[in-house]
Design a protein around this ligand. Structure first.
Ligand SMILES: Cc1cc2nc3c(=O)[nH]c(=O)nc-3n(C[C@H](O)[C@H](O)[C@H](O)COP(=O)(O)O)c2cc1C
Length: 271
């Protein structure tokens, strides 16, 4: 469909893989949100607009509000959204709906897609669980695309946190979340700042992949500035597994979607 544009953001490739699957099936234009977000306005000729994103802390990423505020003629667009999540989508798509409403638009459909966790507890998700999630999405793509093609309106998917943990078999993430809370309570948020260890070779992958240009190499080691959006791309794409959240053991292991490559991620910055 020539008149469809899908905007996406992705830290470890999950949302990119989902956005790409839909774009291929529907012949839509695929545009990284970060390549347009700093424009004064976002003026698309597409009648159908898709927004694909990961959820952070049970909400859509904060920058989506700025992105949505810039879409011109938003009231005339058919808008659908897909969030990818590691534990539970909660009310994320409802939050997005409210944001879209506040700028005069309307969210017609909201799909929530379970994908491997890419942050705290990522190392606890087994390869078998990952495959199950990928296969489940693959079996849904056609249905999602049909709904969008037919410009259906209706369901905005939500979930209940603990019920969903049973469904996605991610209950074993609970202990790492408790460890996270303990770390924050006793050592403060600053103890969870990104850091690199002796495995760092100064290759610069983290600097290259950061869509916020928030990382600089100082003496051949990454140094993080203060405009991180917490997408974990630096940690997840480090080829040496040299980046961690302070010294806390929060079950994090490098993860990126197996069908997404570094070159796809670089596109996130420049179209
Ligand atoms: C900082 C951060 C916070 C997250 N918060 C949540 C959350 O609240 N609930 C959830 O289900 N998944 C959460 N996740 C997991 C991601 O939403 C999920 O793995 C998503 O598919 C990542 O997509 P991406 O590879 O496109 O960035 C979080 C991930 C990160 C890095």
């Amino acid at each position: 469909m020539d008149n469809m544009e899908i905007y996406y953001f992705s830290g470890s490739g999950n949302s990119f893989a989902v956005a790409r699957d839909v774009a291929i099936k529907l012949n839509a234009v695929l545009t990284p949100i970060m390549s347009v977000i700093d424009q004064e306005s976002i003026d698309t000729e597409a009648k159908i607009v898709g927004i694909v994103f990961p959820i952070y802390d049970f909400k859509p990423p904060q920058f989506l509000e700025r992105f949505i505020s810039k879409i011109q003629n938003i009231e005339s667009k058919y808008i659908f959204a897909i969030c990818t999540y590691g534990i539970a989508p909660s009310q994320s798509l409802k939050h997005l709906e409210e944001t879209i409403n506040s700028f005069g638009g309307h969210l017609s459909l909201g799909f929530a897609v379970a994908m491997p966790q890419n942050g705290i507890g990522s190392g606890k998700v087994t390869k078998v669980q990952q495959e199950m999630m990928f296969n489940k999405w693959k079996s849904r793509v056609d249905g999602v695309c049909d709904d969008v093609k037919n410009m259906k309106t209706g369901e905005i998917e939500t979930s209940i946190l603990f019920f969903n943990m049973f469904k996605t078999r991610t209950l074993k993430l609970l202990p790492v979340y408790l460890a996270f809370l303990k770390q924050v309570l006793f050592k403060g948020m600053d103890s969870l700042a990104f850091t690199s260890n002796e495995k760092c070779t100064g290759c610069g992958t983290c600097q290259e992949i950061c869509t916020q240009n928030n990382i600089e190499l100082v003496n051949n080691k990454p140094s993080w500035s203060d405009h991180c959006i917490n997408c974990f791309a630096c940690l997840n794409w480090c080829p040496n597994g040299a980046i961690s959240l302070g010294d806390a053991d929060l079950g994090i292991k490098n993860y990126h979607h197996p069908e997404v490559e570094m070159k796809d991620m670089i596109l996130l910055k420049n179209k």
